[in-house]
Design a protein around this ligand. Sequence first.
Ligand code: PLP
Length: 353
Amino acid sequence: MPRPIHAHIDLDALKNNLRTAQRLTSSRIMAVIKANAYGHGLLPVAGALAEAEGVALLDVHDAAQLREAGSRQTILLLEGFFSLEDLQLIAEYDLATVIHNEQQLASLDAYPRRGTLQVWLKINSGMNRLGFFPEEIPAVMERLKSHPAVRNVTLMTHFSHADEAAGVVTQLDRFNKLASGYHTARSMANSAAFLRYPATHGDWVRPGIMLYGASPFADTSAQQIGLKPVMTLSSQIISIRDIKAGETVGYAGLFRAERATRIGVVACGYADGYPRHAPSGTPLLVNGQRTGTIGRVSMDMLGVDLSNVAGAQIGSRVVLWGDGMPVEEVAQAAGTVSYELLCAVTARVPLGY
Ligand SMILES: *Cc1c(COP(=O)(O)O)cnc(C)c1O
């Protein structure tokens, strides 16, 4: 028998979330599947998202693999290319590429095929991570328009505060001012902008986290948006004991029992991707009942309070996050975001579909 930890990936929930997105917009959907589809497995997820007009990711070899698997969608490389070999693959597999810096622009002159390249030109409207400053764009656009390899250009930007009170106004303004000078497609919205600011939809929206059934907002749950969790990370109780008041549990004795306590040990630790910094009390389900972790998360195990869990025994099912236990809640308790938890699930955890 393998260890009982397991990540179940519900592809019907994924399709449900895509349909929810489709109902909210008439724009084309570029489903973001970077980081092994946010930890859910690249090929099965891409297969389930065949109804999306495009998919976006980082690795050119992953992109080529999708094309070989039969995808006819637009496949976009979100950081563009890193070498001339990448450019060859972009040509060979008809991929779309972001161009965000001068070096990439310059290397286009080595591009092998005329009139084929789909460029997504990234504008830095305030994120200050990737992209050209707005004042650089007119000259860059001139170069792209007169470049023999370039088939079309989409203007894109990325928001830094779409999930927060500050919102998108300043960046949207800068982007629109610039883009209004060109007859090109536009793409701005991540999940948060997509859900909260219809004015950002443009020609292509780029949802990621919402497709996996997690809310990008601190104040709105996934359920309220009509999203279903796609990944359920589950395991089992492998040890149970009753400890006396004053006893501690786990490394460094971080948890000290104030009263007699029944504790369980779950076969899940930081080597599976569960956050080591999750404090005692981080929520999880045992036998479908909500309780909290106890003590420091170890490499392969974590402690759980069973004092108020009816019927818990060795072999009882534990849901770390997913169905019935929103990953956002676990993330918030652990001082991180759902994105990090989902993509941190390690290779030793089997994914099942
Ligand atoms: C990751 C990413 C997205 C998707 O963001 P979510 O918050 O997961 O919806 C969209 N656009 C770009 C450029 C990204 O890097």
